[in-house]
Design a protein around this ligand. Sequence first.
Ligand SMILES: [Zn+2]
Length: 377
Amino acid sequence: MTKQFTFELNATDGAARTGVIHTPRGDIRTPAFMPVGTAATVKGMLPESVRATGADIILGNTYHLMLRPGAERIARLGGLHAFMAWDGPILTDSGGFQVMSLAKLRKITEDGVRFQSHIDGANEFLSPERAMEIQRQLGSDIQMVLDECPAFPATETQIERSLALSMRWAERSKAAFGEQPGRACFGIVQGGVFPHLRQRSAEALIEIGFDGYAVGGLAVGEGQSAMFEVLDAAVPLLPADRPRYLMGVGKPDDIVGAVSRGIDMFDCVLPTRSGRNGQAFTRAGTLNLRNARHAEDTAPLDAECRCPACRKFSRAYLHHVVKANEIIASMLLTWHNLTYYQDLMSGLRAAISAGTLASYAADCARSWAAEVETLSD
Ligand SMILES: [Zn+2]
């Protein structure tokens, strides 16, 4: 097994790419979807079940883990991989996004961000140096720089100021990451919905030099076409020999569109959170298992799916356990949604290898239109 973090590009189809990220903890086939394991668990799933869906890598959240149980405690317990019994690669975010979205009484200065924990109100501080120290203590394989995530919508002036701070923090984060053989540090392109600011951000990060490049601050309400516009502006500037990661995205059609634009990695809470809310992503579109039309439907959720929810149970059963708030409802629908996302990624990888991405994407869009129910989230 490799001792280094490397990215091998195997095939391209238009702007889309497929390849493998090699890490000492295992390979990551790209395009890759990373299930979100916020608090050292992918909610409702055993690690081996997450692996069985086809996931090569999962994501952990610095913000949640620093507050509970604490990065120092996880380090004493052998690091995040041992603690949560996941031996594959782990990517951790820097905590910046959750500080902005969850914490109370935030105060941002050049130095970092002071905030109150949303759990117990304790005073906390996160700087680029502290965010990297926490990720090192967790033992994360891919560590993200601390950036400021401005709220949407924001003016161009606000975004420009925030971007300048994020680029200074990116430089400090890279210095704090130091040398960690086999692990990677990714920069994050910011700049809101302004293509020229996105380009400025990409250029600044490339100047610093990172093992991979993320696009952040999207899927915050700007809409899919604005998101694709940002990708069209920023992605072509990113080095072809480094992985590209679109943070926090998205719905299946967002992922297909972003892969077509050259993105290699994704994470999103949608498959897991929607699963806990009784919602399913299938080859025929999005379904809400709460709806009465499923009450006596003996068909499987998705006839082509290999997951236990689809092989062993009917839509009628899933409707019943969702309505009754049974724990197995969350487990089965999470399992299904993660399986569906991984099968979509596998289909994308095969299509790019075969040079048939455009027809694969068109087939997906056609089949998603078959059954669409409104999702509540
Ligand atoms: Zn399934």
